[in-house]
Design a protein around this ligand. Structure first.
Ligand code: SAM
Length: 272
């Protein structure tokens, strides 16, 4: 069941993911943090972070709201151990627990803010998870998500065609393993169907002008290290094409003459 609800468990548990989450947080958080102002949270708010990984953002939220209580959950105990170890200075106000997003073990309607970042693309039946997240919110509480969409990464073409990697590679991999690589754009409809209110979609522009090239390149390098094998095993792309394309992407991002952008959707909505 655990594997079934986290089909990318192997990639999520790989050391490349730990590096990836660190680089993603450095790249994304400066543009994401101001978005939390919209929620007008009280100083002593209760926050739930679902699919927290190594706690990069759970810890940033605990620091942003110094009187808050933050409970962060993930299926993978190894990642939770890293998080507990790194952020012991924030305990017990920040707590990491092993739980499945499909069956969260809290009384309903106990949180002012529910956060779920970079997770929904990795689960089957994302609407079932969204229903769980909604259930955790107090009336009027906010849901804040980063739901990935692999059709929103744009790199210049060279010898290799990066669009093929994202579309025929990553989106097809997720389709073939039962999840949705376009869940970013599909989130609005699901939230609407669930009766969520005040739906907003903001975009973080993670590009070579706004983010350090080295940081952006570290994200792509970590994806190459963690995902090449599974893309090759589950799509028509060969390991050689995937490797060559990632190499070109990383080299381009590091090249001051070249440009690359990832539009990262930040999706928020209020519980009725
Ligand atoms: C890409 S990581 C994102 C980590 C963190 N939210 C961040 O933004 O840094 C996705 C996380 O979701 C977790 N996950 C996947 N399926 C899950 C499920 N059914 N229940 C709880 N966590 C899950 C994975 O184990 C992984 O740690």
């Amino acid at each position: 069941m655990t594997q079934h609800n986290n089909p990318q468990a192997e990639q999520m548990g790989d050391e490349s993911m730990v590096r990836n989450l660190a680089a993603q947080a450095i790249a994304i958080w400066p543009q994401e943090e101001p978005l939390f102002e919209r929620y007008r949270l009280s100083a002593d708010c209760r926050i739930l972070d679902v699919g927290c990984g190594t706690g990069e953002i759970s810890s940033r939220l605990a620091r942003l709201y110094p009187q808050s209580t933050v409970i962060a959950v993930d299926l993978l105990e190894d990642l939770l151990e890293i998080a507990r170890d790194r952020y012991r200075d924030l305990a017990p106000r920040l707590e990491f627990r092993q739980q499945d997003a499909f069956k969260l073990e809290f009384e309903a309607h106990g949180f002012d803010l529910v956060v779920c970042r970079h997770m929904l693309q990795a689960v089957p039946r994302p609407i079932a998870v969204l229903a769980q997240l909604k259930r955790q919110l107090k009336p009027g509480g906010w849901l804040h998500m980063i739901n990935e969409d692999y059709g929103m990464l744009h790199m210049q073409h060279g010898k290799m065609n990066p669009d093929r990697l994202w579309h025929a590679g990553v989106i097809t991999l997720l389709e073939n393993t039962g999840t949705d690589g376009r869940v970013g754009r599909n989130s609005f409809t699901m939230l609407h169907r669930l009766g969520m209110q005040d739906i907003h979609i903001d975009y973080i522009v993670l590009d070579t002008l706004r983010v350090e090239r080295e940081t952006f390149a570290r994200i792509m390098q970590a994806w190459q290290d963690g995902f090449t094998k599974t893309i090759a095993e589950n799509t028509a792309l060969s390991e050689q094409e995937i490797t060559d394309t990632f190499r070109q992407i990383v080299a381009d991002i590091l090249n001051p003459e070249r440009y690359a952008v990832w539009h990262v959707p930040v999706i928020s909505a209020r519980a009725p």
